[in-house]
Design a protein around this ligand. Structure first.
Ligand code: 3HC
Length: 282
């Protein structure tokens, strides 16, 4: 199935990024959040991100107008009935995502594909909340979505071949490289990344080095573009903790236990860039 109309659930940093790359690829996007004002705020962020590209001479003004005209903000699921695909990019919370999938099953055409941008939650479980588990799939984008070249495609137990092929073709149309992962918690990227970020928190807890020295060690010693604390702040510490908990609970191995320091930062509301303070102050 060729995807021409897309619904995105969640107008935060991931949902906004997904809406932007889709609109840039000429797809009509309905950007949904709980309230219309939140969806409008998401669209305004995309507008300012595109404005920066115009100022750098990387995007003609006419193209910016065209891309923005492809994005319609909405405060609810009322206008998803004509979408070929809906990508859910809500908070990383299993109960919330289960409810969204069950609601989307009623709000969309039975032929529509339902994808989740989940970082770690089971696609098979989300598919089981619908009457179309064959059309449920993981489409995991990386942050910041417009810049990062990867999309991880995750097949649930019931995901059918046609759905998989449509999503691979769409990711390629967005200009992304596709990797395919099994529906095992964390998939490929977060199975490797989150234990690394968590270990950096244990190291800090043990005063192995300062935040800056641990970050510099990884940036200059390993050629990582960001140190683990800079990256955790970008992702959101609440999201890092939520993924850590899924890995720990679902894989049942103590090596995935979240660092107490990470829990403490989240409890303090120090969630990273989005809250103005994480390991660094913004
Ligand atoms: N939106 C759009 N464009 C952005 C952007 C954003 N949020 N952030 C940066 N950019 C663009 C800049 O405009 C710039 O474009 P240009 O080269 O055309 O001028 C380019 O990206 C480079 O940006 P900067 O010069 O400001 O800064 P850096 O060179 O330091 O790059 C970075 C910033 C791309 C974020 C880089 O530091 C990086 O790659 N960091 C690692 C990011 C990463 O690992 N992401 C994956 C996280 S894991 C994940 O998302 C999975 C989830 O489930 C947890």
């Amino acid at each position: 199935m060729s995807i021409e109309t897309l619904g995105v659930i969640g107008a935060g940093q991931m949902g906004g990024g997904i809406a932007q790359v889709a609109a840039q690829a000429g797809i009509k996007v309905v950007l949904v959040d709980a309230q219309l004002e939140m969806a409008e705020k998401g669209r305004a962020k995309i507008a300012s991100s595109l404005e920066k590209l115009v100022q750098k001479g990387k995007l003609p003004e006419s193209e910016r107008t065209k891309i923005l005209s492809n994005i319609t903000p909405a405060g609810g699921y009322g206008s998803l009935g004509t979408c070929d695909l809906v990508v859910e990019a809500a908070t990383e919370n299993q109960e919330l995502k289960k409810k969204i999938f069950s609601d989307l099953d009623r709000a969309t055409s039975p032929d529509a594909i339902l994808a989740s941008n989940t970082s770690s939650i089971s696609i098979t479980l989300l598919g089981a909340q619908t009457k179309r588990p064959g059309k449920v799939i993981g489409m995991h984008f990386m942050n910041p979505v417009p810049v990062m070249k990867l999309v991880e495609v995750v097949r649930g137990l019931a995901t059918d071949d046609a759905t998989y092929q449509s999503i691979v073709a769409l990711g390629e149309r967005f200009g992304k490289k596709i990797v395919t992962a099994k529906d095992i918690p964390g998939f490929i990227v977060n199975r490797l990344l989150i234990p690394f970020l968590n270990e950096a928190c244990f190291a800090l807890q043990e005063s192995l080095g300062s935040i800056e020295d641990i970050d510099s060690g990884c940036k200059l010693g390993l050629n990582h573009p960001m140190g683990p604390f800079e990256l955790a702040d970008l992702i959101g510490l609440d999201t890092c903790l939520a993924i850590s908990e899924v890995l720990h609970d679902e894989l049942g191995d103590d090596k995935y236990r979240p660092a107490p320091l990470l829990r403490q930062y989240v409890a303090a509301g120090w969630l990273g860039r989005k809250s103005g303070r994480g390991f660094y102050k913004y």
